[in-house]
Ligand binder design. Structure first.
Ligand SMILES: Cc1cc2nc3c(=O)[nH]c(=O)nc-3n(C[C@H](O)[C@H](O)[C@H](O)COP(=O)(O)OP(=O)(O)OC[C@H]3O[C@@H](n4cnc5c(N)ncnc54)[C@H](O)[C@@H]3O)c2cc1C
Length: 290
């Protein structure tokens, strides 16, 4: 297994922000994944897995550990017999394609989520009334101690949350789907994509929703809009003029710019609504929200 040094993580995040990883590897098999975890353990380095980087804010200083990007058979997907079986690094778009070709429905909601199977497990990704927990049967989680299959309850999947921690890698997952004609799947996906296009910034560099929706009559986006934050800019990062729960990399933004915007958003939501917004985006490296 080849370990690269100093790979810039901005190349692997949808927002295009992030410094270097001390070490970077692309395991293609379970054996290579175990080898990579052993390599890091021997050097006492922390490990983090990166999917499509669509929910990730990486520090400008980077990550002082080993970053894994699953490839090869750990990034492939197959569907048949009412099941979708995928590697943790398989893109949701590929999974949806395989499910549709096999005449299996239930994964259509993921058409709006530009991530991977493993990233979806990590935060119980969801949209349009469904989520990973609704279709996931079990996931193979590998860490320094070995590997085990866990079901949604054992993974602790709740709203945009799992109990997974960095260093635990989702290597494979199995989903339970239901037979549905290909044309119906296509039609549902087209409808969901049109809804998404009408509501959120598209073709912009973002990391998806910044904050979780609070227990409040307003969503995080509506709350931040009411705080007058649409279009607010710090450095190269700006709150989307289209949807206030998105931060765009408008012009060579740094992680520090995005964090400063998040801190300002939290401050205003607390002042105006008495709500403590919790961030949905995952931080990697030395980043902290004041
Ligand atoms: C335009 C846009 C729209 C979005 N819309 C939605 C939406 O509607 N609903 C929604 O839920 N999310 C949405 N997101 C956020 C994001 O796409 C999801 O959270 C997605 O599941 C993240 O997957 P990823 O592979 O990109 O993970 P990454 O961003 O690469 O990583 C996120 C977390 O998952 C961990 N991780 C990734 N892969 C693995 C693995 N194999 N094993 C263990 N841990 C892993 C990482 O370590 C990190 O902690 C959106 C993002 C964007 C940019």
């Amino acid at each position: 297994m080849n370990v690269e040094e100093g790979v810039l993580l901005s190349r692997f995040t949808t927002v295009g922000i992030g410094g270097p990883a001390r070490a970077f590897a692309r395991p293609e098999t379970l054996a290579q994944l175990e080898e990579a975890l052993g390599w890091a353990a021997k050097r006492e380095l922390p490990v983090a897995t990166i999917g499509l980087g669509s929910n990730l804010l990486v520090a400008d200083e980077g990550f002082d550990g080993l970053v894994l990007k699953l490839a090869g058979e750990l990034a492939q997907a197959e569907a048949g017999g009412e099941r979708l079986v995928a590697g943790g690094g398989a893109a949701n778009a590929v999974c949806l394609h395989r499910a549709r070709a096999a005449g299996l429905g239930g994964f259509e909601f993921a058409c709006a989520i530009p991530g991977t199977v493993g990233g979806g497990v990590w935060m119980n990704a969801g949209a349009y009334g469904s989520d990973w927990a609704a279709v996931l049967e079990r996931a193979l989680v590998v860490d320094g101690e070995g590997s085990r299959w866990l079901d949604p309850a054992e993974l602790g999947l709740t709203y945009r949350h799992s109990e997974l921690r960095h260093g635990q890698v989702v290597a494979r997952a199995e989903f339970r789907l239901t037979p549905r004609p290909e044309e119906e799947i296509r039609a549902t996906v087209a409808d969901l994509q049109a809804l998404r296009k009408a509501a959120q910034p598209t073709n912009k560099r973002t990391f998806g929703s910044v904050f979780q929706n609070p227990e409040h009559e307003l969503t995080a986006g509506r709350m931040l809009e009411a705080c007058g934050l649409k279009g607010h800019r710090i450095g190269g990062a700006q709150i989307s003029p289209r949807h206030a729960n998105f931060i765009e990399n408008a012009d060579t933004a740094r992680a520090a710019d995005a964090v400063a915007l998040m801190a300002e958003a939290r401050r205003r939501a607390s002042e105006q609504f008495g709500v403590g917004l919790q961030h949905e985006v995952v931080f990697l490296g030395p980043l902290e929200l004041p």
